[in-house]
Design a protein around this ligand. Structure first.
Ligand code: AMP
Length: 443
């Protein structure tokens, strides 16, 4: 026998008893994004590699070592998106969405992203992101709206004590001065720093502050703080944001170590941190920030943007730990129980009739005893059982059992949909003049 294969290292199967939870999370996020007037943009998983090299930045860990990049058969270098923002902005520019819509252009996205990272708790090589981009308006209130939307998304999922960490990376002038200060600070230690940091020193010394190597991390804690370099304009902008967050009673803390791993950010950056009731921290649930140069960098007009992204796997894991999501929230309306081979096809026809009327119906394919069928119905959390034996088949009368109330009724086959319509309070679709029917026109 051939050896069974496992999934690719760092990937995760989302099993049928988990998908309901994933869909629920996404549905809450989508609903709130729509309430803020955001619309979905779907970009391809594959982009030309240059989009990320120029967008995310050559200095970022993502571009330097985490991208799934390959040459296609036409010798073009393509990359499976490691994040969405660069691809979204590429599409906004290519389709001139900034020219044909009122600004800010409000976009949300959802789908898989790929990074060749070391797999660990909350860190996969394929993961799912949901995020937004608000493009084309520089108002600090736009930054505020995006942060408060992210906060209310987490709150609506039941995460009411999320820590919002914010920092300002300032404008271009701020970062130029800060970069010089960091270089001055790290230079005497450079020989003892990790090889990655040596490269970071040359390409973008801000990235050194992200380093997880313990010795470099300690060094980074003592580094100059960007807050001391903020230009007057950036300072005012950051103060205005904090004051809006205070007014909205959104709890936050300023974290001067927060620089985020993507090169395109400027001004405010933020992250949402949460430790589940079980004490597990899967890493930031999401994060984002303001960006000024990305559109220009990708060949578009000089417009700013602000956005964030959540990791759906991390959201699912904390919500499950905190019992805010059940493994399987699904129930079944009706479980069909055919008794004997003669009635199997007939029972399937009834099942299909009920499905066409909008009821979820499962069907027992095995020739097992009635008691066993009830156990199966209970495991599937079915609300009703429809039992069909030879008598029922011959008389065109079906036995319907309410599994919660333990009550049983005999229903004419022709009235079965109508019967359930009455029970589930659905508008009746037939003209049956039956007692069960709730549709006044029927009577
Ligand atoms: P980033 O694009 O790095 O700002 O990440 C935004 C969010 O995506 C993070 O806060 C995580 O929730 C999620 N995320 C990023 N990388 C991974 C990963 N390797 N595995 C799982 N989730 C991730």
């Amino acid at each position: 026998m051939p050896e069974a294969k496992n999934n690719v290292k760092g990937t995760r199967d989302i099993l049928p008893n988990e998908t309901g939870g994933f869909i629920r999370i996404e549905s809450v996020l989508r609903t709130i994004a729509s309430l803020y007037s955001y619309h979905e943009l779907r970009t391809p998983v594959l982009e030309y590699s240059d989009v990320f090299a120029r967008g995310v930045g050559e200095g970022s860990d993502i571009v330097r070592k985490e991208m799934y990049t390959f040459l296609d058969k036409g010798e073009r270098s393509v990359t499976m998106r490691p994040e969405f923002t660069a691809g979204i902005i590429r599409s906004v520019i290519q389709n001139k969405l900034y020219a044909t819509n009122e600004l800010p252009l409000k976009i949300f996205y959802s789908g898989p992203a790929f990074r060749y990272e070391r797999p660990q708790l909350g860190r996969y090589r394929q993961f799912t992101q949901f995020g937004v981009e608000s493009v084309g308006h520089n108002s600090v209130l736009n930054d505020f709206e995006v942060i408060s939307m992210a906060y209310s998304m987490l709150y609506s999922l039941g995460l009411t004590s999320v820590k919002v960490k914010i920092n300002s990376l300032g404008d271009n002038e701020t970062r130029t001065k800060y970069r010089e200060a960091l270089k001055g600070y790290f230079l005497p230690h450079l020989d003892n720093m990790c090889p990655d940091c040596k490269q970071r020193y040359e390409i973008n010394p801000l990235r050194i502050l992200d380093c997880k190597v313990p010795e470099d991390h300690v060094l980074a804690i003592g580094a100059p703080k960007i807050n001391d370099f903020l230009s007057e304009t950036s300072k005012e902008r950051f103060e205005a944001l904090k004051s809006a967050l205070d007014d909205a009673a959104i709890p936050y803390e300023v974290d001067d170590q927060l620089v985020r791993g993507l090169d395109y950010y400027s001004e405010v950056v933020f992250e949402f941190d949460y430790t589940s009731l079980k004490g597990k921290n899967y890493g930031a649930l999401g994060g984002g920030g303001h960006y000024s140069n990305l559109m220009k960098e990708l060949g578009g007009p000089d417009l700013p943007g602000v956005g964030f992204s959540f990791g759906i796997e991390r959201l699912y894991d904390v919500l499950k730990d905190d019992e805010l999501i059940k493994e399987d929230d699904d129930t079944l309306d009706i479980y069909m129980m055919p008794l004997g081979n003669e009635v199997r096809l007939y029972a399937l026809e009834i099942a299909n009739k009920l499905r066409l009327a909008g009821y979820s119906v499962d069907y027992c394919f095995d020739d097992v005893k009635l008691g066993n069928m009830f156990k199966r119905a209970s495991k599937k959390r079915a609300k009703f059982a429809v039992i069909i034996g030879e008598n029922e088949y011959n008389n065109h009368k079906l036995v319907v059992k309410d599994l919660a109330k333990e009550e049983q009724n005999e229903i004419e086959e022709d009235n079965i949909v109508c019967y359930f319509d009455a029970i589930f309070n659905q508008e009746c679709k037939c003209k049956c003049s039956d007692d069960y029917c709730t549709d006044e026109q029927c009577k």
